[in-house]
Design a protein around this ligand. Structure first.
Ligand SMILES: [Zn+2]
Length: 385
């Protein structure tokens, strides 16, 4: 209290009389407390509770003997906790502060805020659940991976080529993330409908989720000089020398590659090299295995809208989507673009049709293309938001 008053006194010249004095003072107080609690031990932050289920969260936050690196991560965590508390509705954040910072009992809070005890209890419970969700921790207090870290596995999870340890990560994540779960559900429905070319023909597909700027692509090609490649890779122990240029491919600056995987879900490590001002190449630096008919499953984020979607001013509920691709080789090529499941009146102007996959619908085009050809998908739909 003393510290805060002193700070307020010192800062009084900066006080501009456009809000209430009280809220100005409270802002100083909360800033001070934020700093105080992130500087000092975390014991005061322990979200301890009568209920057992909160003990895990307490365990996650309580500060044991930490190494400098751990301390850094921990401090970051504390500031993210503080940030999330500040984002809660006012009553909820107030209760959390009373309960865990001032160590007040449910009864004391009830009296102080003039709110029934039961309501204090349930509101605090709700606030804690919200905090947990926003902080990405599960019931055991384990950190759940962020969507961006998990995206790269979603396609190979859905097609079953994922490695067991990655599979576990995805399952943990989709349990608490409805958005990623929707992607998985849709892909699991979509994949069995996809028809690939014969093994000796190149086959390509792209599935994009324009709203998320997320796309999954897959290309299968016959590896030239397969035996030679296999032998070389073995000699290198999977680490591809810098001067090996055969396996590089083009790349534009507008997307961020999240991950590339082979036929059996082994991650192919990539390096991006700048070729000209606008052109980049990706070069594999590590590959566990080479296959005669090699799949590259790739997940990437577009920095600009992935696959073009727009609605017009005159008809804001009407959306147009388009998407095209040229492969520069003879191949079977398929493009799929996710449409919200609530969409109605879907019209395919160019393309084969729509596949309903529960959580998403997909407009698609699927055919053989020659080297010079561009494959194009064009459609519209109505969406009442
Ligand atoms: Zn997610």
């Amino acid at each position: 209290m003393q510290e805060i008053m002193l700070k307020a006194y010192k800062a009084y010249d900066d006080y501009i009389e456009n809000g209430t004095f009280k809220s100005w003072l409270l802002r100083i107080a909360s800033n001070y407390l934020n700093n105080y609690y992130s500087r000092n031990s975390v014991e005061c932050l322990s979200l301890d509770y009568e209920d057992e289920e909160f003990n895990s969260f307490y365990g996650y936050l309580s500060n044991e003997e930490l190494s400098p690196e751990e301390k850094l991560i921990h401090d970051e965590l504390i500031s993210s906790v503080m940030l999330q508390i500040s984002k809660l509705p006012k009553k909820q954040s107030q209760m959390i502060i009373y309960r865990y910072f001032y160590d007040m009992s449910i009864e004391e809070i009830s009296t102080k805020m003039n709110i029934p005890k039961g309501t204090v209890k349930s509101t605090t419970h709700y606030a804690i659940e919200t905090l947990k969700k926003h902080l990405n921790v599960d019931r055991q207090g384990e950190k759940i991976m962020e969507c961006k870290e998990i995206y790269k596995y979603l396609f190979i999870y859905a097609n079953g080529t994922i490695q067991p340890d990655h599979k576990k990560l995805v399952e943990e994540h989709i349990k608490t993330c409805p958005k990623c779960n929707d992607i998985v559900v849709a892909l699991q429905k979509l994949i069995p409908t996809m028809v690939f070319a014969q093994e000796d023909e190149m086959t390509y597909f792209s599935i994009s989720f324009p709203e998320l700027k997320l796309a999954f692509t897959g290309i299968r090609y016959e590896v030239e000089n397969f035996e030679l490649c296999e032998k070389a890779l073995e000699e290198w122990g999977g680490n591809i020398p810098d001067d090996e240029n055969n396996m590089s491919s083009g790349y534009t600056k507008n997307c961020e590659i999240l991950g590339v995987f082979d036929n059996e879900g082994n991650e192919i490590k990539m390096k991006i090299c700048q070729e000209t001002e606008t052109h980049y190449r990706t070069k594999p630096t590590y590959m566990k295995k080479v296959y005669r008919y090699m799949w590259n499953y790739c997940a990437f984020l577009n920095k600009v809208a992935g696959g073009y979607i727009r609605s017009s001013k005159e008809a804001p509920n009407l959306y147009y989507g388009s998407f095209n691709n040229s492969l520069g080789g003879n191949a079977k090529s398929a493009l799929y673009q996710a449409i919200p499941k609530e969409a109605e009146n879907i019209r395919i102007k160019r393309g084969n049709g729509v596949i309903d996959c529960d959580t998403y619908k997909f407009a698609y085009v699927d055919r053989y293309v020659t080297e010079e050809e561009t494959i194009r998908l064009e459609y519209s739909y109505l969406l009442n938001k």
